[in-house]
Design a protein around this ligand. Structure first.
Ligand SMILES: Nc1ncnc2c1ncn2[C@@H]1O[C@H](COP(=O)(O)OP(=O)(O)OP(=O)(O)O)[C@@H](O)[C@H]1O
Ligand SMILES: [Mg+2]
Length: 282
Protein backbone atom coordinates (compact mmCIF):
# COMPACT_ATOMS: atom_id res chain seq x y z
CA UNK A 1 0.00 0.00 0.00
CA UNK A 2 3.09 2.21 -0.16
CA UNK A 3 1.92 3.72 -3.45
CA UNK A 4 -1.57 4.70 -2.33
CA UNK A 5 -0.16 6.36 0.80
CA UNK A 6 2.07 8.49 -1.34
CA UNK A 7 -0.86 9.60 -3.46
CA UNK A 8 -2.84 10.44 -0.32
CA UNK A 9 0.00 12.55 1.08
CA UNK A 10 0.35 14.31 -2.20
CA UNK A 11 -3.29 15.40 -2.29
CA UNK A 12 -3.91 18.78 -0.66
CA UNK A 13 -7.52 19.53 -1.55
CA UNK A 14 -10.25 17.06 -2.26
CA UNK A 15 -13.83 17.56 -3.43
CA UNK A 16 -16.04 14.68 -2.31
CA UNK A 17 -19.41 14.25 -3.97
CA UNK A 18 -20.27 17.95 -4.01
CA UNK A 19 -23.92 18.64 -4.80
CA UNK A 20 -25.45 22.11 -4.91
CA UNK A 21 -29.12 22.94 -5.35
CA UNK A 22 -30.34 26.51 -5.67
CA UNK A 23 -33.86 27.81 -5.36
CA UNK A 24 -35.49 28.55 -8.73
CA UNK A 25 -35.91 32.22 -9.64
CA UNK A 26 -39.70 31.75 -9.36
CA UNK A 27 -39.14 30.90 -5.70
CA UNK A 28 -40.88 27.56 -6.30
CA UNK A 29 -38.70 24.47 -6.08
CA UNK A 30 -34.99 23.91 -6.47
CA UNK A 31 -32.69 23.20 -9.36
CA UNK A 32 -29.44 21.25 -9.27
CA UNK A 33 -26.38 23.26 -10.26
CA UNK A 34 -23.59 20.86 -9.25
CA UNK A 35 -24.12 17.13 -9.38
CA UNK A 36 -21.73 14.82 -7.57
CA UNK A 37 -18.42 16.57 -8.20
CA UNK A 38 -15.39 14.63 -6.92
CA UNK A 39 -11.73 15.34 -7.69
CA UNK A 40 -8.47 15.88 -5.86
CA UNK A 41 -5.79 18.49 -6.29
CA UNK A 42 -2.12 17.77 -5.67
CA UNK A 43 0.15 19.95 -3.62
CA UNK A 44 1.67 22.75 -5.77
CA UNK A 45 -0.51 21.79 -8.68
CA UNK A 46 -2.04 24.33 -11.06
CA UNK A 47 -5.55 23.10 -11.82
CA UNK A 48 -7.96 24.99 -14.05
CA UNK A 49 -11.73 24.60 -14.19
CA UNK A 50 -13.41 25.26 -17.52
CA UNK A 51 -16.93 24.79 -18.84
CA UNK A 52 -19.87 26.62 -20.41
CA UNK A 53 -21.40 29.65 -18.73
CA UNK A 54 -23.70 28.63 -15.90
CA UNK A 55 -22.19 25.16 -15.39
CA UNK A 56 -21.34 26.06 -11.79
CA UNK A 57 -17.63 26.97 -11.90
CA UNK A 58 -18.01 29.97 -9.59
CA UNK A 59 -20.34 28.04 -7.32
CA UNK A 60 -17.79 25.23 -7.04
CA UNK A 61 -14.88 27.53 -6.22
CA UNK A 62 -17.03 29.55 -3.80
CA UNK A 63 -17.89 26.33 -1.96
CA UNK A 64 -14.14 25.54 -1.77
CA UNK A 65 -13.54 29.05 -0.38
CA UNK A 66 -16.35 28.61 2.16
CA UNK A 67 -18.36 31.50 0.70
CA UNK A 68 -21.16 29.12 -0.24
CA UNK A 69 -22.27 25.88 1.40
CA UNK A 70 -22.77 22.62 -0.47
CA UNK A 71 -26.18 20.95 -0.32
CA UNK A 72 -24.27 17.74 0.30
CA UNK A 73 -20.68 16.57 -0.03
CA UNK A 74 -17.61 18.36 1.21
CA UNK A 75 -14.17 19.77 0.49
CA UNK A 76 -11.23 18.43 2.48
CA UNK A 77 -8.02 20.37 2.96
CA UNK A 78 -5.12 18.24 4.11
CA UNK A 79 -7.66 15.55 4.93
CA UNK A 80 -9.81 17.78 7.16
CA UNK A 81 -13.31 18.88 6.24
CA UNK A 82 -13.41 22.58 5.32
CA UNK A 83 -15.98 24.69 7.17
CA UNK A 84 -16.51 28.37 6.36
CA UNK A 85 -13.76 30.66 5.11
CA UNK A 86 -10.19 30.30 6.34
CA UNK A 87 -6.75 31.85 5.95
CA UNK A 88 -5.47 28.62 4.35
CA UNK A 89 -7.62 29.42 1.31
CA UNK A 90 -7.03 32.74 -0.47
CA UNK A 91 -9.44 33.99 -3.12
CA UNK A 92 -9.10 36.33 -6.10
CA UNK A 93 -12.23 37.40 -8.00
CA UNK A 94 -12.77 38.63 -11.54
CA UNK A 95 -13.84 42.10 -10.55
CA UNK A 96 -11.28 44.04 -8.67
CA UNK A 97 -12.29 43.49 -5.11
CA UNK A 98 -9.93 45.95 -3.47
CA UNK A 99 -11.32 48.37 -0.90
CA UNK A 100 -11.31 51.72 -2.71
CA UNK A 101 -10.96 53.72 0.52
CA UNK A 102 -7.78 51.88 1.59
CA UNK A 103 -4.33 52.44 0.11
CA UNK A 104 -2.68 49.62 -1.83
CA UNK A 105 -0.53 48.71 1.18
CA UNK A 106 -3.51 48.85 3.56
CA UNK A 107 -5.40 46.56 1.21
CA UNK A 108 -2.63 43.95 1.42
CA UNK A 109 -2.38 44.44 5.20
CA UNK A 110 -6.11 43.85 5.54
CA UNK A 111 -5.81 40.11 4.89
CA UNK A 112 -2.97 39.83 7.39
CA UNK A 113 -4.82 41.66 10.11
CA UNK A 114 -7.72 39.26 9.76
CA UNK A 115 -5.28 36.45 10.61
CA UNK A 116 -4.12 38.23 13.75
CA UNK A 117 -0.92 39.76 12.36
CA UNK A 118 -1.17 43.49 12.75
CA UNK A 119 0.95 46.62 13.11
CA UNK A 120 4.56 46.77 11.98
CA UNK A 121 4.70 43.07 11.16
CA UNK A 122 1.72 43.32 8.80
CA UNK A 123 3.23 46.40 7.20
CA UNK A 124 6.55 44.65 6.63
CA UNK A 125 4.92 41.57 5.11
CA UNK A 126 2.68 43.76 2.91
CA UNK A 127 5.74 45.61 1.63
CA UNK A 128 7.47 42.32 0.82
CA UNK A 129 4.44 41.18 -1.15
CA UNK A 130 4.16 44.43 -3.02
CA UNK A 131 7.78 43.96 -4.01
CA UNK A 132 7.09 40.41 -5.23
CA UNK A 133 4.27 41.68 -7.44
CA UNK A 134 6.43 44.59 -8.62
CA UNK A 135 4.36 47.32 -6.99
CA UNK A 136 6.62 48.42 -4.16
CA UNK A 137 6.42 52.02 -5.36
CA UNK A 138 2.64 52.06 -5.24
CA UNK A 139 1.96 51.24 -1.58
CA UNK A 140 0.53 54.69 -0.80
CA UNK A 141 -1.59 54.87 -3.98
CA UNK A 142 -5.31 54.18 -3.97
CA UNK A 143 -6.78 51.40 -6.16
CA UNK A 144 -8.44 53.78 -8.62
CA UNK A 145 -5.03 55.27 -9.43
CA UNK A 146 -3.84 51.88 -10.73
CA UNK A 147 -4.52 50.09 -14.03
CA UNK A 148 -6.68 46.95 -14.09
CA UNK A 149 -3.64 44.64 -14.28
CA UNK A 150 -1.96 46.43 -11.38
CA UNK A 151 -5.11 46.17 -9.28
CA UNK A 152 -5.24 42.42 -9.90
CA UNK A 153 -1.60 42.17 -8.83
CA UNK A 154 -2.57 43.88 -5.56
CA UNK A 155 -5.49 41.44 -5.20
CA UNK A 156 -3.06 38.53 -5.72
CA UNK A 157 -0.62 40.01 -3.17
CA UNK A 158 -3.47 40.46 -0.71
CA UNK A 159 -4.63 36.86 -1.18
CA UNK A 160 -1.09 35.44 -0.88
CA UNK A 161 0.19 37.56 2.03
CA UNK A 162 -1.42 35.40 4.75
CA UNK A 163 0.40 32.40 3.16
CA UNK A 164 -2.60 30.31 2.19
CA UNK A 165 -2.12 26.69 1.17
CA UNK A 166 -4.49 27.07 -1.74
CA UNK A 167 -5.22 30.05 -3.98
CA UNK A 168 -8.69 30.05 -5.54
CA UNK A 169 -9.04 32.30 -8.58
CA UNK A 170 -12.36 32.97 -10.33
CA UNK A 171 -11.65 34.36 -13.82
CA UNK A 172 -9.07 36.72 -12.33
CA UNK A 173 -7.94 38.05 -15.72
CA UNK A 174 -11.36 38.05 -17.37
CA UNK A 175 -11.71 41.84 -17.26
CA UNK A 176 -8.23 42.59 -18.64
CA UNK A 177 -7.26 43.40 -22.23
CA UNK A 178 -5.52 40.64 -24.18
CA UNK A 179 -2.00 41.98 -23.79
CA UNK A 180 -2.25 42.60 -20.04
CA UNK A 181 -3.87 39.20 -19.67
CA UNK A 182 -0.89 37.48 -21.32
CA UNK A 183 1.52 39.39 -19.09
CA UNK A 184 -0.48 38.45 -16.01
CA UNK A 185 -0.46 34.76 -16.97
CA UNK A 186 3.34 34.70 -17.23
CA UNK A 187 3.66 36.70 -14.10
CA UNK A 188 1.32 34.36 -12.16
CA UNK A 189 3.38 31.33 -13.27
CA UNK A 190 6.53 33.08 -12.01
CA UNK A 191 4.98 33.67 -8.55
CA UNK A 192 3.52 30.14 -8.44
CA UNK A 193 6.87 28.58 -9.34
CA UNK A 194 8.63 30.23 -6.42
CA UNK A 195 6.25 29.56 -3.55
CA UNK A 196 4.50 26.55 -2.06
CA UNK A 197 1.04 27.29 -3.38
CA UNK A 198 -1.63 25.20 -5.05
CA UNK A 199 -3.84 27.07 -7.50
CA UNK A 200 -7.39 26.39 -8.64
CA UNK A 201 -8.12 28.72 -11.53
CA UNK A 202 -11.52 29.21 -13.14
CA UNK A 203 -11.46 30.48 -16.71
CA UNK A 204 -13.49 30.67 -19.91
CA UNK A 205 -10.39 30.92 -22.01
CA UNK A 206 -9.08 27.69 -23.53
CA UNK A 207 -5.62 29.02 -24.35
CA UNK A 208 -5.25 30.41 -20.86
CA UNK A 209 -6.27 27.10 -19.28
CA UNK A 210 -3.85 25.07 -21.40
CA UNK A 211 -0.98 27.53 -21.02
CA UNK A 212 -1.22 27.69 -17.23
CA UNK A 213 -2.35 24.29 -16.03
CA UNK A 214 -1.01 20.91 -15.02
CA UNK A 215 -4.54 19.55 -15.33
CA UNK A 216 -7.87 20.92 -16.50
CA UNK A 217 -11.20 19.96 -14.98
CA UNK A 218 -13.86 20.21 -17.69
CA UNK A 219 -17.47 20.61 -16.64
CA UNK A 220 -20.72 20.25 -18.54
CA UNK A 221 -23.84 22.24 -17.69
CA UNK A 222 -27.37 21.53 -16.44
CA UNK A 223 -26.49 20.18 -14.01
CA UNK A 224 -22.77 20.84 -13.66
CA UNK A 225 -20.98 17.51 -13.88
CA UNK A 226 -17.38 16.54 -14.52
CA UNK A 227 -16.75 15.65 -18.15
CA UNK A 228 -13.09 14.82 -17.88
CA UNK A 229 -10.00 15.75 -15.89
CA UNK A 230 -7.41 16.35 -18.60
CA UNK A 231 -3.62 16.21 -18.21
CA UNK A 232 -1.65 18.95 -19.94
CA UNK A 233 1.56 17.31 -21.21
CA UNK A 234 3.48 20.53 -21.91
CA UNK A 235 6.89 20.93 -20.27
CA UNK A 236 7.68 23.81 -17.92
CA UNK A 237 8.85 26.51 -17.88
CA UNK A 238 6.24 27.60 -20.37
CA UNK A 239 6.73 30.53 -22.69
CA UNK A 240 5.68 31.88 -26.07
CA UNK A 241 7.11 28.80 -27.81
CA UNK A 242 4.85 26.52 -25.72
CA UNK A 243 1.90 27.91 -27.67
CA UNK A 244 3.10 26.42 -30.94
CA UNK A 245 3.83 22.93 -29.59
CA UNK A 246 1.84 20.06 -31.05
CA UNK A 247 0.83 19.04 -27.50
CA UNK A 248 -0.60 22.51 -26.93
CA UNK A 249 -2.85 22.34 -29.96
CA UNK A 250 -3.90 18.75 -29.32
CA UNK A 251 -4.82 19.47 -25.70
CA UNK A 252 -6.65 22.64 -26.71
CA UNK A 253 -8.63 20.77 -29.37
CA UNK A 254 -9.52 17.97 -26.97
CA UNK A 255 -10.82 20.43 -24.34
CA UNK A 256 -12.73 22.37 -26.97
CA UNK A 257 -14.53 19.19 -28.02
CA UNK A 258 -15.31 18.35 -24.40
CA UNK A 259 -16.92 21.69 -23.59
CA UNK A 260 -18.49 22.73 -26.88
CA UNK A 261 -22.29 22.98 -26.78
CA UNK A 262 -24.16 20.40 -28.89
CA UNK A 263 -24.75 21.51 -32.49
CA UNK A 264 -28.31 22.42 -33.43
CA UNK A 265 -28.73 19.33 -35.65
CA UNK A 266 -27.54 17.11 -32.77
CA UNK A 267 -30.23 18.59 -30.51
CA UNK A 268 -32.82 18.12 -33.27
CA UNK A 269 -31.68 14.52 -33.75
CA UNK A 270 -32.01 13.95 -30.00
CA UNK A 271 -35.56 15.42 -30.01
CA UNK A 272 -36.42 13.35 -33.09
CA UNK A 273 -35.38 10.18 -31.27
CA UNK A 274 -37.64 11.11 -28.36
CA UNK A 275 -40.56 11.87 -30.69
CA UNK A 276 -40.00 8.53 -32.42
CA UNK A 277 -39.83 6.70 -29.14
CA UNK A 278 -43.04 8.37 -27.95
CA UNK A 279 -44.60 7.54 -31.31
CA UNK A 280 -43.67 3.90 -30.84
CA UNK A 281 -45.49 3.64 -27.53
CA UNK A 282 -48.65 1.54 -27.74
N1 LIG B 1 -27.18 32.57 -5.21
C1 LIG B 1 -27.79 31.93 -6.21
N2 LIG B 1 -29.11 31.68 -6.18
C2 LIG B 1 -29.75 31.01 -7.16
N3 LIG B 1 -29.13 30.53 -8.25
C3 LIG B 1 -27.79 30.74 -8.35
C4 LIG B 1 -27.06 31.45 -7.34
N4 LIG B 1 -25.74 31.50 -7.70
C5 LIG B 1 -25.67 30.86 -8.88
N5 LIG B 1 -26.88 30.41 -9.27
C6 LIG B 1 -27.18 29.64 -10.49
O1 LIG B 1 -26.28 28.54 -10.52
C7 LIG B 1 -25.87 28.29 -11.84
C8 LIG B 1 -24.35 28.27 -11.91
O2 LIG B 1 -23.86 29.57 -11.66
P1 LIG B 1 -22.31 29.89 -11.62
O3 LIG B 1 -22.19 31.36 -11.41
O4 LIG B 1 -21.66 29.00 -10.63
O5 LIG B 1 -21.87 29.48 -13.09
P2 LIG B 1 -20.49 29.73 -13.83
O6 LIG B 1 -20.09 28.45 -14.45
O7 LIG B 1 -19.53 30.39 -12.92
O8 LIG B 1 -20.94 30.76 -14.99
P3 LIG B 1 -20.07 31.88 -15.71
O9 LIG B 1 -19.14 31.15 -16.64
O10 LIG B 1 -21.09 32.67 -16.47
O11 LIG B 1 -19.35 32.68 -14.68
C9 LIG B 1 -26.54 29.33 -12.73
O12 LIG B 1 -27.69 28.77 -13.27
C10 LIG B 1 -26.89 30.42 -11.74
O13 LIG B 1 -28.02 31.13 -12.17
MG1 LIG C 1 -18.58 32.28 -12.90
Amino acid sequence: MEGSKEVFNDCILEARHIVKDFENSSGKGMHRVLDDISFSVRRREFLSVIGPSGCGKSTLIRIAAGLETATSGEFLLDGKVVRGTGAERGMVFQKYSLFPWLSVKQNVMFGLESTGRGGDEAEEVAEQWLEIVGLEKYGEFFPKQLSGGMQQRVAIARALAPQPRVLLMDEPFGALDAQTRTQMQRYLLEVWKNIDITIIFVTHDLDEAVFLSDRILTLQANPGKIKELVDVPIPRPRNKESLSLREFNETRKHIEELIRPPKVNEVVEEDFKIVNMVGMQP
